[in-house]
Design a protein around this ligand. Structure first.
Ligand SMILES: Cc1ncc(COP(=O)(O)O)c(C=O)c1O
Length: 488
């Protein structure tokens, strides 16, 4: 016998799940179940229990049986009963024995310059709330049922219009599938493009290790393609690759756009081999020069998958992304995703659709672009002043830049940064383990978007201090400028 009961003054306020089991009187079974729930910590000290009447009704037993059980447990000291405040778990009941003590994780470093995340304090709470209120008020009842695995139609319509206007994407709502981000999209695509045996994917020799790992988990191999100053060397994509994953607008992490000849070249490869071009447009909204770099997808929508997400522009916590698919892939991706919408919340999708349609997203992106640009300029000028031996590249777009370092200094720079409280990663952390050809120069991938405004200046100072330490150790102080005072 088991039941979940509502208690409280209206009989609906407190839920309590109890398994009474079998073998014994109902009174004894109820006492045992309540004692066990208190002893195991499931009912915390002070928790109010449901009134006799509602617990009795839900368990299908007599009210007197519950009253007797409560009285017995009060007498034993497990419960307390006071006129007007009902029956509660006693405060001094001993807590369950603590589990094994886990070693505490080291505290995070105070200055977060690891690439990849916007400042969580910059999330536009008020505008998002306005959009949520409007979207939920207008939503039809069916929006709160099980959803279409392609995602809400309101969002797919808004995305088709937005991506055409801003990124030159050519698609329609029925070829868009909403997902929970780029990682989710890659997991789905790895399944859909699989053959027997699955063909490998070509990937940039410098890229996100996390993404490479997703292919490994799906049983799909990856073949690294060299990255140089013009982006990925398309000529190296093997004909047998099932797909190639590229970051054409802003090579991740080195920062340049894919050269126009290579953009044409990758589509030529796709036409010749039947392979798929997968375009990770992770931060395409954030360009600071006047050279617009449109989506490769716009050049051949039937051979290209365009991937985007809110992780850089709004928040990685929203877990909303999108795939603009060739017609032939839609059914397979939808089937891989599942029959109902199993990932992206309909209320968040509706909110984002309103956010797009109302222009709030454009306004947020423009504000963030301005803020990132100022931060990027500040990074460059502080480094030029304090560590003139280093060059900063990959500056035209995005939320990060590459600080090039003298050969052999990358590891000591990362270690020195940690000593100065700065979390930052080396360029070599992004290199494919099977990459052939010469490695790119040593460097740091510096994310300038994450720290809150009040810490950004201190973070840059700490980074410069670390670089001075690391480079002085290697090259001697003469290559470096004398440290200036802290930047504002
Ligand atoms: C290269 C690259 N692509 C895509 C993403 C976005 O991934 P997701 O949408 O899964 O958060 C990131 C985020 O860190 C990234 O660095």
């Amino acid at each position: 016998m088991s039941g979940t009961t509502g208690g409280g003054p209206d009989g609906l306020g407190v839920d309590l799940h109890l398994e009474l089991g079998a073998g014994g009187s109902r009174r004894a079974l109820l006492i045992g179940a309540l004692r066990e729930a208190v002893r195991g910590g499931r009912l915390a000290p002070g928790t109010r229990l449901p009134p006799y009447r509602s617990l009795a009704a839900d368990l299908g037993i007599a009210r007197n049986t519950v009253a007797d059980a409560y009285a017995e447990l009060v007498a034993e000291g497990w419960l307390t009963s006071r006129q007007g405040s009902g029956t509660r778990v006693a405060e001094q009941v001993s807590a369950p024995a603590p589990g094994p003590v886990r070693p505490a994780a080291p505290p995070p470093l105070p200055y977060d310059l690891v690439q990849g995340k916007p400042d969580p304090g910059a999330f536009p709470r008020a505008a998002w709330l306005t959009a949520a209120r409007r979207a939920l008020t207008a939503a039809p009842h069916e929006a709160f049922g099980t959803g279409d695995p392609r995602g809400r139609i309101e969002l797919r319509r808004a995305l088709a219009a937005y991506l055409a206007r801003v990124r030159g994407v050519r698609t329609t709502p029925d070829r868009i599938v909403v997902c929970s981000g780029t990682a989710h999209a890659l997991r789905l695509l790895a399944r859909v493009t699989r053959g027997t045996p699955p063909p490998p994917w070509a990937v940039e020799a410098y890229g996100l290790p996390f993404h490479r790992g997703l292919f490994g988990e799906a049983g799909v191999g990856t073949v690294p393609v060299t990255v140089d100053g013009y982006g990925a060397r398309i000529a190296e994509i093997p004909p047998e690759a099932g797909a190639v994953l590229l970051t054409p607008a802003h090579q991740f992490p080195t920062g340049g756009p894919l050269h126009p000849e290579r953009r044409a070249g990758v589509l030529e490869w796709a036409r010749r081999t039947g392979g798929l071009v997968v375009e990770d447009d992770y931060d395409g909204e954030f360009r600071y020069d006047r050279r617009p770099v449109g989506a490769v997808q716009g050049l051949d929508p039937e051979r290209t998958v365009f991937l985007g997400s809110l992780s850089k522009s709004l928040s990685p916590a929203l877990r909303i992304g999108w795939m603009c698919l060739p017609t032939t892939l839609v059914d397979g991706v939808v089937a891989a995703k599942g029959v109902r919408e199993p990932y992206a919340s309909a209320t968040e999708q509706l909110t984002f659709a309103d956010f797009l349609d109302s222009g709030a997203y454009d306004r947020h992106v423009r504000r963030m672009r301005q803020r990132h640009r100022v931060r990027r300029d500040r990074l460059v000028s502080v480094l030029a002043e304090r560590v003139p031996g280093v060059r900063v590249t990959g500056l035209a777009a995005g939320l990060h830049a590459v600080v090039e370092l003298p050969p052999g200094t990358e590891r000591s720079a990362v270690t020195a940064a940690a000593r100065h409280g700065v979390a930052v990663e080396g360029l070599s952390d992004y290199r494919h383990p099977e990459a052939r050809g010469p490695a790119l120069p040593d460097g740091l991938v510096v994310g300038y978007a994450t720290p809150p405004e009040r810490l950004y200046g201190a973070a840059l100072d700490a980074l410069c201090d670390a670089l001075c330490d690391a480079l002085c150790d290697t090259l001697g102080p003469t290559v470096l400028g004398a440290p200036a005072g802290p930047s504002s």
